[in-house]
Every structure is written in C-alpha cells, then in structure tokens.
Write a protein that binds this ligand. Sequence first.
Ligand SMILES: [Zn+2]
Ligand SMILES: [Zn+2]
Length: 303
Amino acid sequence: MPTKSFLIQKFAKLQFGNLHLIGYSVAGEETVVQVPEMNVCFDIGRCPFFALTSDYICISHGHMDHLAGLPYYLSQRAFQGMKAGTVFVPREILHDVDTMLKCWRNVERQGTPYNLIGMSPDELYEVRKDFGIRALATHHGGPSLGYALISIREKLKPEFAGKSSQELAALRRQGVQIQYRIEVPMVTYLGDTSLGTVFDHPDVQNAEILVTELTFFDPSHQTRAKAGKHLHVEHFLKVFPKLKNPNIVIAHVSRRIGMRKAKAILRKRIGPEAMSRITFLMDFEGASDAGEVETAGPESRAD
Ligand SMILES: [Zn+2]
Ligand SMILES: [Zn+2]
C-alpha cells in the first residue's frame, strides 16, 4: 500500500484592529504579504491563491522570490473573469517586466490584460480620493522600493470649527478652502533592504503597521547580510529607537535560523516590553488552523 500525506504550505494570517495581513515570507524562497481590506498585495511571491483577490500589487524589486508569480496572477485573473490587475514596479525595471509579460502573452497565445505602473521614490499614486500608495526608496543594491498605504483625510481648518453647515457651505461656494489634507500611513512594507535613510522616512516611522525584512540574526551572519544587502539584527537594533509604530511585523527571515531562536535573540537584545510591539510573520507558535484563507480566492468559473 502506498502511504498518503498532505503537503500543505502554511500561510500566516495576522490581525491588527480591522486590518489583516495574509502572507508567506522566507528569505530567498518566497515573499507575498496581502492586506485584503485595502485591496493590496505587497510582492506576489509564487502567487498563492489568496493573492488573486487583490486588485493592486506592489512589487518591491526584481528578485524571483518576490516577483515570480506575476504572470500567473495576471493570467489567472483573466481566466477567472476578474478585471486586469494593477501592478506597481520600480521605474527602472518597468521596461523589462513589460517585455516579460508581453512574452507570456505570446507564449500563452492569450492577450492577458494588465496595468503596469513604474514608480519612483516618494511618488504617490492616488487610488481614490481617500487612499493612496507611496513608493519609498530602499537599499537593496539594484532598483528597489518600499510602499506605504496612505489614508488621505480632509479635516476642517480649526478657524472654521464653530461654524454651522450652512455657513460652511456658503464659504465653500465663495471658493474658501475650509479643509486641509492629512495623510496617515496605515501599512508600510519595505521589501528587501539594508540599513539606510528609508528608516528616517515618516511613512516608515509612523505607520500603524510596519512590515520590515529582518533576514539575519546569528552573529556569524553579518557578512551575509552585507553581501546580500539585507538587515541583520544589529542593524535593526540601530533603527528600532526611531520607530514609533504600534505594530512591527518581521518578514523575510532566513532559513539559516529557526524561528524560535530568532525570536529569542531579538527578545534578549530588545526586552520584553519592546517585543510586545513585534510580531514575526512566519511564527506559527500558538497559531490555530483557521482554514479561512483557502476560501478567500475567487469563485471558480464553470470552465
Ligand atoms: Zn528577498
Ligand atoms: Zn531581494
């Protein structure tokens, strides 16, 4: 008798207030982090099924572990009868990614639609009046970007605070600017990066949720971190005092260290109180099998 077993890739699902992060991230292997409520997926990894439901994909850089599933994402959405995905990429790789996707059209003999948008550091793409995606310069050797999901809100200027709605409407008709704009970074994702000025960016320091890579923890892996332009725990400790985020999510941990050991090294250096703001994306200790992710994909069409 043959022995049977299920081989299941485990995805993480974290909840912070009314936002969720669904994803998978292991250095060099695959990274994909979705914020379903904001219709955004950071990187696409190998395109797990849940990622299909995001209309906006923010690609951090061209390494295969972050980008491989992109043609599948676009093609599968077309197959499922969903609208064309919108994909942000660093402007420097726009042409090459476009060429790759056009090759896939030829290979598949299918005119898969897509919106490909090149982004530069600090460019804000306004998805809606109240929601934008800002690109941030990261430090990974080649062209690389992080992305911040920005809630854009209009607030009444304090000098008009006591006025009635009729008075405000009248002022508006006269062309008076009664509101001012505020931008609140909700979720910021850094992709792959080494230590650098990105950690001084207000969207990084103030985001409600910061998803940062932290690839290496072992003291003997400092040279690896330097060579691969990744963060080592020693780098993270340098920037941590600047970070005001209530929630920091650590992704892209190397397989060269066990999750439990990585957590222990960080806790020892940072202390239990600081540790309470930090979650490792791929830490399944104490997790339950939710099974919700499997049904988060689109309904299959009859064909
Ligand atoms: Zn990577
Ligand atoms: Zn990389």
